[in-house]
Design a protein around this ligand. Structure first.
Ligand code: NAP
Length: 328
């Protein structure tokens, strides 16, 4: 089968090679003896793969390896327990191996997608929406009627978070860096949009009538202190990622002064090996899909041999919604 591999840790322009490789084993390493084989129609491209081309991601498989954590496609084989059957159109999270014509996912990480979604939307579902749900609801304890600030609001995690927050009855304020990204954030459900290079902290305070309840932050960097300043008493700042490049430090007196919380949300590490939790989050996301709240926004689409361009788009801060590879 055709697949893209990371063959060296030299960055997105040179680390990838497209080649013919053997089909994957029919079981997933997380579920020995079981797995769902998916004919990949579309594969997600995300920040971790960019970091993987530089050897900067926490998970460092031996070289060469096929990157890509999630796919949209058609089930070709099921072994062991699964909530899908052969022929189903699915979204699946496979952790690695997605940038290939076939990928294998654990049964509990494979979900049917609606008939009116394309496969790219399937490839955009699991990582971003399960993370958004875990971060906002499980970790951020978002309640109906609260106000949420979402940083990187036009990105993959950002657009998913806006949709989940709206589904929860929250008021949403997206923070973005450009006009084009403002449009994407609004399409994803942002009630208000403010600019990351403007006085967004004061605007967010004003728009929320005194301070926001939850800040969802996949960006990090030097805006974190302003995130704390933007919150009302009892606010929760949920740490999701560091696309801005630097890891913020917190002066803890700020937490004491306004009874604030800084909460970590590491979805991947927490949910791996917890089948029932993943099924439960999948059921909740399924309900939000059925109710019309969740519909992934796909930005750029590349062919399999355009994977380096896809990574460079993310690297240059040009991505909106989900970036995908389409395998036809
Ligand atoms: N904790 C978890 O469990 C978990 C799960 C999934 C993903 N993540 C992490 O969440 C982060 C966001 O992922 P994503 O897929 O949403 O990424 P994305 O689609 O590329 O969006 C990231 C956003 O970050 C903003 N940004 C600010 N400074 C940036 C810079 N220097 N370079 C690039 N982007 C910059 C951009 O928005 P503006 O231009 O509008 O500022 C961009 O839209 C990543 O770090 C990822 O690893 C964490």
């Amino acid at each position: 089968m055709r697949a893209v591999q990371i063959t060296e840790l030299s960055g997105p322009a040179t680390a990838l090679k497209i080649d013919d490789v053997p089909e994957p084993p029919r079981e997933h390493p997380m579920t020995p003896g079981g797995g769902v084989v998916v004919e990949v129609k579309s594969a997600g491209v995300s920040f971790p793969e960019l970091l993987q081309t530089r050897g900067e991601y926490q998970m460092k498989p031996d070289l060469p390896f096929i990157p890509g954590s999630e796919v949209g496609g058609i089930v070709r084989e099921v072994r062991g327990e699964a909530q899908v059957k052969e022929g189903d159109r699915v979204a699946a999270f496979c952790m690695l191996g997605a940038w290939a014509q076939q990928a294998v996912a654990p049964g509990y990480f494979t979900f049917k997608i609606p008939d009116d979604w394309d496969y790219a939307q399937g490839a955009a579902l699991v990582l971003n929406y399960h993370t958004a749900y875990f971060a906002l609801i499980a970790r951020g304890r978002l309640a109906e009627g609260e106000t949420v600030v979402v940083h990187g609001a036009a990105g993959g995690v950002g657009t998913a978070t806006l949709q989940v927050a709206k589904a929860w009855g929250a008021r949403t304020i997206g923070v973005v860096s450009s006009d084009a990204k403002e449009q994407v954030a609004r399409a994803a459900g942002a009630d208000e949009v403010v600019r990351s290079d403007g006085p967004w902290k004061d605007e967010a305070k004003e728009l929320s009538g005194g301070g926001v309840d939850v800040v969802l932050d996949p960006v990090g960097g030097d805006r974190f202190t302003d995130s704390l300043r933007s919150m009302r008493e009892g606010g929760r700042a949920v740490v999701v990622g560091f696309t801005g490049g630097s890891i913020p430090e917190v002066k803890v007196n700020r937490l004491l002064l306004n009874n604030l919380e800084v909460v970590g949300a590491g979805w991947g590490a927490y949910v791996m090996g917890k089948p029932e939790l993943n099924r439960e989050i999948g059921r909740e996301i399924g309900r939000l899909i059925d109710e019309g709240h969740v519909r992934p926004i796909v930005g750029a689409r590349f062919p399999l041999d355009g994977a380096a361009d896809a990574l460079e788009l993310i690297d240059e801060r040009g991505a909106t919604g989900k970036v995908v590879l389409e395998l036809g």
